[in-house]
Design a binder for this molecule. Structure first.
Ligand SMILES: Nc1nc2c(ncn2[C@@H]2O[C@H](COP(=O)(O)OP(=O)(O)OP(=O)(O)O)[C@@H](O)[C@H]2O)c(=O)[nH]1
Length: 865
């Protein structure tokens, strides 16, 4: 067989159409015109190389012969046989067909031993030969590449050395000549070079990221070709980070030496990312306790990492949980950082320093007035009259809200009133009120004269150094005797102006409104005399007047701004709470943007419910607000723990009868608002006498919870719910332990009952008993009946004739009577547990799904101690 191969033959051999082969040859740079032209071995190798490059894998053309190949040969053999004999002798053609399947395993196994037909075997042999040659060629080329790269590297190193030498020389020359104003570009310090590297080095560095692949400078090298793909990969990216360079080097499999040089070069580049050489050790201050989230923030770690570290130490804590100082220090050290103990007063000191910055220019401010007086002398009526006539006017549909304070605008300026509750129980709050206040208006009923609480109010005002204005009320009454009032006041050294004294006295009627404007004038006059001033600009500070937890709005605090201006978005510390002012509301329920000195305003956005009487101050940032609040909270918790321990000890002593015969009545007091709770607690505690000591072991705002019930059960306390109710789990504990639970809605009644018990006045008492509870499932509006609540009686029985209360989240929102009680359109007198019914509440249309309507009755019970 001839060694010469034509294109046609090759096409047959490689099992490719002649046209395709011609095309491939042409693409490989060997244009042939005729299929019968001869293809040399070199050309075949070139073609193979081309195919390999374009297909990206070995020998595409040869692949056809590499896979185990099957050839099936069908052989046909015709034989003639003679059948019979003599005259009957016949010749029959017998065709024998034989099918042989040959499998060429040789290629797959690496050998070529399969018996194929000669031509094919020859082709395969040649292909194998060419493959071998190609392999050798590739190796040779690779070897050449490597050699050239090494040469280039050596060349480059030489050039670098040369550059260094030049740089050193230049530096020397510069130093000796003391030349000023060197080009700053020539001074870019690199970790690897002298500080005054000459410009000659710049091109080398630029080459790494420059778009042009062509190397410049004296060491132009063949290896520069290698940069072709890498530069296109990083095209448009002028500055490569060290990481990128490293990656780039690694992927391209550059010689180690070269990579090392390149990395050392890139390390000092001004554009490269400087990885920290050592872990950053932080020193953080930790107080008594810290939440995991705060600790993580201080350590600049993810919360999860701190949780994990704690877990490894055997401490299970979630991100929101607080961990004590020691645990926090341990985990901080475990994480490779340092912890120092934060001084308990750090934040407070910072706050003080901060507060001193507030002082702006003093400007005139409105007076803050508190109305005081004996019970039923008309304080509420007077406040209501002023509010009604002075605030709502001009406000479209403005409904004044009870926010504990309000301000009015008169012809003579603004006046703010603190709407403190009028009962004796609120003495303590009034005392505090007096300190907040610039002027006290003492209401004395003209028909009743000076009474014990009138005198008490005078005492408070005097001790606080607050001037008094006397409002002689109810002058519309026939038996009104203002002169008598003035005379009686002399006894308390309150002398009217017409008696030669300095106390303004205004006769008025809160009922008709007569004289009310005179009172406002008197207040303005008094304010002028007092020359009340406060800085208007700057951060606000003031006092909390009232606070509560609103289901929809969260903690709500009514504050009185005493200086500066409180604005929406301000960060503030408020007792042990902190937050950012989300919204401000005035007494009409309208949103306001800010509130200046002497203006009461409702604040939304606090972290919790502050206590009435707490100070508030605006701070520059949330961190300080949070720190101060947390430190205060930790301190308060500590002191509470100490107090609780004392209580428990006293309980034990009392139970043992040690020391004295005095009996102890333990109480847990829960109320709807903070002011009532505080007032009740104080009033009840002050009822203690020789025989009995009233001990309020727990108190708080909101419904009676399971933990309240537990506390009462363990310390045998009576639970007092003032306008609040026990939830289901609390009731279970109460029932299970026989805890005495009493609900009240009139503060008088609480005091009265406890007082009578304390005085040992046993007898009959009126107690309220809840006889049934209905749960509101849906509310329907009817033109005839107003809002009708579709209810399910979940406990006891609801009777039409009995009084009811509407509860929302265990807090009383309305007390009254039933308008209607129906079952399937029929009016009924009572509905029992497990039955549905429709309930209409008289004069209350605001029933909502989820509310409870409790039906109760008042019963007489024999008192026991
Ligand atoms: N005739 C008349 N009655 C008045 C006047 N002011 C108040 N009253 C009535 O006096 C009663 C008591 O008035 P309140 O305003 O509730 O008295 P208070 O001092 O706020 O009472 P407490 O909140 O219980 O301390 C009510 O029935 C009022 O209607 C007035 O100027 N004239």
């Amino acid at each position: 067989m001839s060694q010469k191969t034509t294109i046609r033959k090759l096409a047959e051999l490689v099992n490719t159409p002649v046209e395709k082969l011609l095309e491939q040859l042409s693409e490989a740079g060997m244009p042939f015109k005729d299929a019968d032209e001869e293809v040399t071995s070199a050309q075949k190798v070139k073609l193979l190389g081309f195919l390999r490059r374009t297909h990206g894998r070995a020998d595409a053309a040869a692949e056809t012969s590499e896979a185990p190949k099957k050839i099936t040969l069908a052989r046909r053999k015709v034989q003639e046989i003679t059948v019979g004999g003599g005259r009957n002798k016949q010749t029959v053609d017998v065709v024998v067909r034989k099918k042989v399947t040959l499998v060429n395993k040789g290629q797959a196994a690496g050998g070529d031993k399969a018996p194929v037909d000669d031509e094919r075997a020859e082709a395969l042999r040649k292909l194998e030969e060419s493959r071998q040659r190609n392999l050798e060629e590739q190796q040779r080329l690779a070897e050449d590449d490597r050699r050239r790269a090494e040469e280039a590297e050596a060349e480059r190193l030489r050039a670098e050395e040369e550059a260094k030498r030049l740089a050193a020389e230049a530096a020397e020359a510069a130093a000796s000549a003391s030349v000023e104003g060197e080009a700053p570009a020539a001074r870019k310090p690199g970790t690897h070079g002298t500080p005054h590297a000459p410009r000659a080095r710049e091109p080398q560095r630029d080459d790494r990221g420059a778009k042009s692949p062509k190397p410049r400078g004296s060491h132009a090298m063949v290896a520069g070709v290698e940069d072709d793909d890498s530069t296109s990969k990083f095209a448009g990216q002028l500055h490569l980070s060290a990481a990128d360079r490293a990656r780039r080097g690694a992927t391209r499999g550059k010689p180690k030496a070269r990579r090392a040089v390149e990395q050392s070069r890139s390390g000092g580049g001004e554009h490269g990312f400087q990885r920290p050489t050592a872990p950053i050790v932080r020193e953080i201050a930790i107080g008594e306790a810290i939440t995991v989230a705060d600790l993580a923030q201080k350590l600049a770690l993810k919360g999860g990492d701190v949780v994990k570290a704690l877990f490894k130490m055997g401490v299970m804590a979630t991100i929101t949980q607080s961990i004590d100082h020691d645990t926090a220090v341990l985990v901080t050290e475990e994480l490779g950082h340092k912890a120092v103990r934060a001084d308990a007063d750090d934040a407070e000191t910072e706050l003080l320093a901060h507060a001193e910055e507030i002082t702006g220019e003093q400007e005139q401010r409105p007076p803050v007035v508190t109305i005081m007086g004996h019970v039923d002398h008309g304080k509420t009526s007077l406040l209501d009259y002023i509010r009604r006539t002075k605030i709502a006017s001009g406000e479209a549909g403005g409904i004044t809200q009870h926010i504990g304070a309000y301000h009015v605008e008169t012809d003579k300026g603004v006046i703010s009133f603190l709407d403190t509750p009028g009962h004796a129980a609120f003495t303590q709050m009034r005392a505090r009120g007096a300190k907040l206040t610039d002027i006290v208006v003492l209401v004395v009923a003209a028909d009743d004269g000076v009474m014990p609480q009138t005198k008490e109010a005078i005492q408070h005002a005097k001790s606080a150094g607050v001037p008094l204005i006397v409002a002689i009320n109810k002058i519309d009454k026939s038996d009104a005797d203002p002169m008598r009032v003035k005379n009686e006041l002399l006894e308390s050294e309150v002398v009217a102006e017409d008696f030669g004294g300095d106390t303004q006295m205004v006769e008025l009627s809160a009922k008709t409104g007569a004289g009310v404007d005179d009172l406002l004038d008197a207040i303005s006059l008094q304010a002028e005399v007092l020359e009340l001033k406060a800085p208007v600009n700057g951060r606000a500070a003031g006092v909390v007047i009232e606070s509560a937890l609103d289901k929809g709005r969260g903690p709500v605090a009514t504050v009185l701004v005493q200086q500066g201006t409180l604005e929406k978005g301000d960060y503030l510390v408020c007792g042990v709470q902190y937050g950012r002012v989300r919204a401000l509301f005035d007494e009409t329920g309208s949103q306001v943007q800010s509130a200046g000195p002497s203006i009461p305003v409702q604040v939304l956005g606090l972290s919790g419910v502050p206590d009435a009487g707490d100070d508030f101050v605006v701070v520059a940032d949330e961190r300080l607000a949070k720190d101060v609040a947390q430190q205060r909270d930790a301190k308060r918790r500590e002191s509470r723990l100490v107090a609780a321990a004392g209580n428990r000890m006293e309980d034990i002593m009392a139970q043992m009868g040690a020391g004295s015969e005095q009996q102890v009545l333990n109480l847990v007091v829960k109320a709807d608002v903070h002011g009532s709770m505080q007032a009740l607690r104080d009033a009840l505690t002050s009822l203690s006498n020789d025989q009995i000591r009233i001990n309020v072991i727990g108190s708080g705002v909101g419904g009676i919870t399971e933990s309240d019930a537990q506390l009462a059960a363990t310390s045998k306390a009576t639970v007092i719910g003032f306008n609040v109710r026990a939830d289901a789990s609390a009731r279970k504990v109460i029932e299970g332990n026989g805890v005495d639970l009493r609900y009240f809605s009139i503060i008088y009644d609480v005091i009265d009952q406890v007082k009578q018990v304390a005085s040992g006045l046993l007898g009959v008492e009126i107690r309220e008993e809840i006889i049934g509870i209905a749960e509101v499932r849906d509310v329907f509006r009817s033109s005839k009946f107003g809002a009708v609540a579709g209810c399910m009686i979940i406990e006891g029985v609801v009777r039409k004739s009995k009084p009811i209360r509407v509860l929302r989240d265990s807090v009383v929102v309305f007390e009254g009577e039933l308008e209607s009680l129906r079952r399937y359109k029929e009016n009924v007198d009572e509905v029992k547990e497990g039955t549905e019914c429709g309930i209409g509440v008289k004069a209350y249309n605001d029933v909502k799904a989820g509310d409870q309507i409790e039906c109760f009755e008042r019963i007489e019970v024999q008192r026991t101690l």
